[in-house]
Design a protein around this ligand. Structure first.
Ligand code: ADP
Length: 608
């Protein structure tokens, strides 16, 4: 066993330039080499790919990797080839001549990793080819797509159920970032895994700082985040296509080079946007959830949601695209109590299958609880995935003290609930807010609502404060809201507790600004040794990387990650030996880029 481990470490160093394994990678790799079925659950950025890539290099036969997105496949293949590992892809985007060439290479044993789409797996001719190649190892990426209970069910994944019978001698290895225990069990059943080794990694991402902020002035809040990350990469998610278009336009008008991305654009427009971001020609993308699966850019420094996503799994996956290089990054979610209402009305049309509809609703409620809750965000996310969280977070809005509990929450709640009652449960949020704040509008005067005893009870507060509290009361069931285009505020199942004065009401509001709290960063990441690097040299290296990537037609991270560039800018290596010791530099990359880097490092030194 020790000998196998040593060989693994040696080849990982040789090809990828990493000198240690991340938690669970060793166990996952040994399972693959031992032909023991496995289910590996690790958060985004945890290093799942290496778990099947490294063992594949040691195997005599090809390892088949099922991956849902064609765009992701190409980058993975390019990345492997750049590390000196023979890899190929097979999907509907390839011309027939290339398909035949790949088949030949596979049958000849010249390919270590073959990436295929789930659709391709269902083609009988293709399966026959795999049988001839005597495939003994299958890796199923994004395995949660096979589960009905998951948040991203893909019918084409169901084809994979027959693999077990058709390849009885092969071992199957499933990988996913987002599986609750229920989904986990389902993956094992659906794929027919035999006595699988189940490995569940640590879901916490200590390098991410999470913030859930009440949405009040979306454009300004978005600009604030962009400003905090000037010159860095970020993804901004919106719920609807039209929100994407209008926000992208606003940002462009402000002089930001932002591209829009959603399913309503043509395939070509989407490709151009995605390429621009992946190739670092553009640092900002405004997108719907359609964006991201194919994106492996590891130096995304912030992910901003302008509204609540529809499940914690989605949130984990989308926010997880920040800081994949392990360096500090920020995840901001702008939330309003109106978000879950909007989702509920949208989900109604999404499925006719009642079990699926229930599952969607459950996911939505869990997400809503995360946003309106006042517990540490790291803890909430980790516990959602069934794990314990220990220690101090010091990297979320709650723990950094950016929002605070309203001290007289019960009194405020009583004022709001009695106002809804006095208005006979027949008005929407906006009107109730106007009455409570004692606004002098025609509508209020006309209806004599200025004569109600609750008129002006919350005079000193902003519209935004009162509106947010109403939504927070809805989330706690002290109020309710009807469905439909013009939702009406009603009393909730727990309104009586408020009116009688024994309810445990919790309301939050932004804390009075402390000395620039938002500039605080996560402090739990051991980044100190990376902190002091030569920023000019880093920028020079970044520009060089972009040119190099353009010439080779690959995304820049395929050349080197930001982490490698930062380490280069800190250590300033000038010999091959020093270079080889840098994170992410293996033999193939040393040979390809060593001279160029030394040249840049020397050039920077001579300028000092
Ligand atoms: P996932 O598929 O789990 O989201 P990836 O496989 O894309 O994550 O890995 C995230 C990043 O971490 C990649 O850049 C990868 O090369 C890097 N990585 C993986 N394993 C290691 C390791 N043992 N040491 C250093 N970096 C690693």
């Amino acid at each position: 066993m020790q000998a196998v481990k040593a060989r693994l470490l040696e080849l990982i160093d040789k090809h990828w330039g990493y000198d240690t394994l991340r938690p669970l990678q060793e166990e996952a790799m040994l399972a693959a080499l031992d032909s023991r079925d496995s289910l590996v659950v690790m958060p985004t950025g945890g290093g799942k790919s290496l778990c099947y890539q490294a063992p594949a290099v040691l195997q005599d036969r090809v390892t088949v990797v099922v991956s849902p997105l064609i765009s992701l496949m190409k980058d993975q293949v390019d990345g492997l080839i750049a590390c000196g590992v023979p890899a190929a892809q097979m999907n509907s985007s390839l011309p027939l001549t290339e398909v035949r060439a790949v088949e030949r290479d596979v049958l000849r044993g010249d390919v270590k990793l073959l990436f295929v789409s789930p659709e391709r797996m269902s083609v009988p001719y293709f399966r026959e080819m795999l049988r001839r190649a005597d495939v003994k190892t299958f890796a199923i990426d994004e395995a949660h797509c096979i589960s009905h209970w998951g948040h991203d069910f893909r019918p084409e994944y169901r084809q994979l159920r027959t693999l077990r019978d058709e390849f009885p001698d092969a071992s199957m290895h499933a990988y996913t970032a987002t599986a609750t225990p229920e989904v986990r069990r389902d993956i094992v059943t659906q794929l027919g895994l035999r006595d699988p080794l189940v490995l569940v990694g640590d879901f916490d991402r200590p390098n991410l700082t999470y913030r859930v902020l009440p949405r009040h002035d979306e454009a300004k809040q978005v600009l604030d985040v962009i400003e905090r990350h000037r010159g860095e990469a970020g993804i901004i998610y919106c719920t609807r296509r039209r929100d994407v278009d209008s926000l992208a336009e606003k940002l462009q008008k402000r002089g930001h080079h932002a591209v829009a991305y959603h399913a309503g654009l043509t395939q070509e427009e989407r490709r151009v946007a995605q390429d621009a971001f992946a190739k670092e020609q553009c640092d900002l993308v405004v997108a719907t959830v359609a964006f991201g699966m194919g994106i492996d850019r590891s130096n995304v420094r912030f992910v901003l949601h302008t509204a609540m996503p529809k499940s914690v799994e989605h949130y984990q996956q989308e926010s997880g695209r920040a800081g994949r290089d392990g360096l500090e990054a920020e995840c901001v979610l702008l939330y309003s109590g109106a978000d879950p209402m909007l989702w509920r009305s949208m989900l109604k049309t999404e499925t006719s299958d009642s079990a699926h509809a229930d599952s969607l609703l459950r996911h939505l409620n869990d997400m809503d609880r995360y946003c309106s809750g006042a517990a540490c965000r790291h803890r909430a996310l980790v516990e959602y995935f069934g794990q314990k969280f220990t220690g101090d977070c010091n990297a979320c809005d709650i723990c950094l003290g950016e929002t605070e509990e309203v001290s007289d929450a019960l009194t405020i709640a009583q004022k709001i609930v009695s106002c809804v009652y006095r208005l006979r449960e027949s008005w929407g949020v906006s009107h109730v807010v106007g009455v409570l704040r004692g606004e002098d509008t025609e509508k209020i005067r006309e209806r004599h609502h200025n004569e109600l005893s609750t008129y002006g009870l919350l005079k000193g507060y902003t519209r935004q404060d009162v509106r947010e509290w109403i939504y927070q009361l809805i989330a706690q069931e002290f109020l309710a809201q009807s469905d439909g285009e013009y939702p009406i505020l009603r009393l909730g199942t727990r309104s009586r507790e408020v009116l009688r004065g024994f309810a445990d009401v919790r309301l939050r509001q932004p804390a009075v600004k402390k000395a620039d709290a938002t500039n605080k960063r996560a402090t739990r990441t051991p980044l100190d040794d990376l902190a002091a690097y030569d920023r000019d040299l880093f920028e020079t290296l970044r520009m060089w990387r972009r040119r190099e990537a353009e010439e080779r037609g690959v995304p820049p991270y395929v050349i080197f990650s930001d982490r490698t560039l930062r380490e280069l800018a800190r250590v300033r290596p000038t010999t091959p030996y020093e270079l080889r010791g840098i994170y992410g530099i293996g033999d193939t990359k040393l040979e390809a880029f060593g001279d160029a880097i030394v040249h840049l490092v020397r050039g920077a030194a001579s300028l000092e």
